[in-house]
Design a protein around this ligand. Structure first.
Ligand code: HEC
Length: 96
């Protein structure tokens, strides 16, 4: 339970600027496959709304190195920018 609490706190500690920067990067680089505002485009791409918020390192690795038919992003985006994308993906569109 303590662990679940810590996760919730992590998601809540993203700064609004971080989420906003991630949203802009997302529109530019990711929306073409993953959909505007992460709404599934129906093309069989991973539905980012279901990405587990606790798995930050998985996000950093998959996005940085690519996964199957997703291209690697680490030559295009900095670690900081991928972190901003993570903030957007886990906190940007899921606010109640
Ligand atoms: C060319 C299309 C394409 C683009 C552009 C793209 N993705 Fe993906 N993405 C995919 C596909 C396909 C998968 C599913 C990979 C698999 O598991 O086979 C995926 C999977 C993912 C996953 C899940 C990885 C995992 O660990 O299961 C994340 C997170 C993700 N993408 C984030 C992003 C982000 C952030 C961007 C923008 C920087 C992005 N994607 C741009 C096609 C794309």
């Amino acid at each position: 339970m303590a662990y679940a609490g810590a996760q919730a706190q992590d998601a809540a500690t993203f700064k609004p600027e971080q989420i906003a920067a991630g949203a802009a990067l997302y529109k530019k680089n990711c929306a073409i496959c993953h959909g505007e505002k992460m709404v599934d485009t129906g093309g069989g791409f991973f539905n980012l709304l279901t990405f587990p918020p606790a798995q930050r390192s998985r996000f950093m690795t998959s996005v940085g190195n690519g996964k199957n038919s997703m291209p690697p992003w680490k030559s295009v985006l900095s670690q900081e920018q991928i972190g901003e994308l993570f903030a957007y993906v886990v906190a940007g569109e899921k606010k109640p």
